[in-house]
Design a protein around this ligand. Structure first.
Ligand SMILES: Nc1ncnc2c1ncn2[C@@H]1O[C@H](COP(=O)(O)OP(=O)(O)OP(=O)(O)O)[C@@H](O)[C@H]1O
Ligand SMILES: [Mg+2]
Length: 507
């Protein structure tokens, strides 16, 4: 169902057989896409397939080595992002690009502030427009506050507001929904649809097939830096897309392996931080995977961060194998056998200008040291093991981690924490941004670790992931634990009810 007539003139934007290399790494071998006006075009492919590279060429951030790039049929060659903006192209990047010490409004109008009659920056006009956009998006964010400290979801919304304020004819969204809750996704989609109906061309990159089928009219698949196929969304299926992306059949969810469940390892009692979470009590036993479900914003990550010691808590206790866990001290908590794979991996997990090897071994360096020296052989071996178990796609393990694709960077963070082999592993959205082929690999790994006796707490907003993996499911809503279900009673209805029901009494 597109609003495009077949007789319409040139497409809004067209890339044809575009090539881009970084030194010896060919990021894009032959990238092609054809964007029609009044249409939402999905761009899909595995982690490292070249999607973001193509986006960055369109945005003028990278210059292509070869191939054609046309706007409304006319050849173009952007050498800066300012040129692509001026041509009416707005991009929401996979990694937020906001300046933390500027206000929300200043970020939205970065580099093109409206001026008043006497040529001064018109703050009032900026503020009014920002407020209007937030209203359209149905969100409440104070336009005057600093961007610093905003949740990832809010940062993403500001990126979206930035793109909308450009009044672009081409809008590209590189995994915009990764950190959004269901309601926020719906709002974003409503805005995307209205932009489409105004005749603009949109690109939507996502690893979530339900979203692709819900929102998009057309889909282009990429594999290994090259164009595979373009189809109308009505004429394809998830299975077909997966086959084209991966080149083989895969199952998205790895069936949970039976494990032997032992004694309590992690015991959390009455954990409270006023206004954030209240009276949270639960246990995780050895060999057990406990899923922590709930809507984005329910306080799940906050609880995880408090348990691990990144954030404080006012009252309550946390013990590991009966011993009190260090409070407010992640380093000591780690030494006591707990690890947290954070949700905001780019900020909390990686040193981007350091090698993949260095990042994977970051948390186990003291173990690799002999007489105060890190033994390179051990370091490389550890990095090699985890990079291959997680199928990290990189030209070399000594490459800078910042050059890896978004999904591959996430695998590195995962590897870093798995390498510590903790007694208790907390993973926050372990497969967010990870492609369909690797997702089941990550599930298999988590399941194996539980099989080895690890106690695992898995936070996930993807219900099938929680229901598929967990022995027991906890549900949080608005800072409270509102449900606990054994695997056999954890139905989608039960979990969703506990996550959303207004009237349900907090026990
Ligand atoms: N600046 C760079 N230097 C070196 N290699 C790069 C650079 N940027 C991208 N690459 C490489 O190009 C390939 C394609 O990366 P890209 O980010 O386009 O993938 P993607 O399809 O967006 O993946 P994801 O789904 O993980 O976001 C990757 O192998 C990546 O390592
Ligand atoms: Mg990408």
């Amino acid at each position: 169902m597109t609003n495009t007539s077949p007789h319409q003139a040139a497409p809004a934007l067209e890339l044809s057989r575009v090539v881009k290399s970084f030194g010896a790494v060919v990021a894009l071998r032959s990238g092609s896409i054809r964007l029609e006006k009044g249409s939402i075009h999905a761009l899909i492919g595995e982690n490292g397939a070249g999607k973001s590279t193509m986006v960055k060429i369109i945005a003028g951030l990278y210059r292509r080595d070869a191939g054609e790039f046309r706007l409304d049929g006319e050849p173009v060659d952007f050498t800066s992002t300012a040129q692509s903006k001026a041509a009416g192209i707005a991009v929401i990047y996979q990694e937020p690009t906001l300046f933390p010490d500027l206000s929300v409004t200043e970020n939205i109008f970065m580099g093109r502030q409206p001026t008043n009659r006497v040529g001064r920056i018109d703050r009032k006009a900026m503020r009014t427009e920002a407020t209007e956009i937030f209203e359209r998006l149905g969100v409440r964010i104070d336009p005057d506050r600093l961007t610093e400290g905003l949740s990832i979801a809010d940062q993403q919304i500001i990126e979206i507001a930035k793109a909308i304020s450009l009044d672009a004819r081409v809008l590209i969204m590189d995994e915009p929904t990764a950190a959004l809750s269901g309601v926020e996704v719906e709002r974003l989609f409503a805005v995307a649809r209205s932009l489409r109906d105004e005749g603009r061309a949109l690109v939507f990159i996502s690893h979530r097939f339900d979203e692709v089928f819900d929102l998009c009219d057309t889909v282009t698949v990429m594999r290994d830096g090259a164009y595979v196929d373009t189809m109308s969304i009505d004429e394809t299926t998830v299975d077909e897309l997966v086959r084209q992306m991966v080149g083989r059949d895969v199952t998205e969810l790895f069936p949970k392996m039976p494990t032997e469940i032992g004694e309590d390892v992690l015991v959390v009692e009455g954990l409270t931080q006023k206004g954030v979470f209240h009276d949270i009590s639960f246990t995780v036993r050895s060999g057990e995977i406990v899923g922590l479900a709930g809507l984005v914003g329910a306080g799940r990550s906050e609880v995880a961060r408090a348990v691990f010691g990144v954030d404080p808590y006012e009252s309550g206790s946390v013990t590991i194998e009966g011993a009190p866990l260090a409070k407010n001290n992640p380093r000591r908590a780690m030494a006591q056998g707990i690890a947290l794979v954070p949700e905001d991996r780019r900020k909390q997990g990686l040193v981007l200008d350091q090698s993949v090897t260095r990042n994977i071994t970051l948390a186990i360096r003291s173990r690799l040291a002999k007489w105060g020296l890190i033994w390179g052989g051990l370091e490389n071996a550890a990095a090699q093991t985890w990079a291959s178990r997680l199928e990290v796609k990189t030209a070399a393990l000594d490459a800078e981690t910042g050059t890896l694709s978004g999904g591959n960077q996430q695998k590195v963070v995962l590897g870093k924490w798995l390498a510590t082999h903790p007694k208790v592993l907390i993973v926050d959205e372990p497969t967010r941004g990870i492609d369909v082929g690797t997702k089941s690999e990550v599930h298999r790994l988590i399941s194996q670790l539980a099989g080895d006796g690890m106690a695992i707490l898995m936070i996930s907003s993807e219900l099938p992931e929680v229901l598929g993996m967990a022995d027991r499911v906890l549900v949080m809503r608005e800072g409270h634990l509102t449900g606990e279900f054994e695997r056999s009673e954890a139905t989608p209805e039960n979990v969703m009810y506990a996550a959303t029901a207004e009237e349900e009494a907090v026990r």
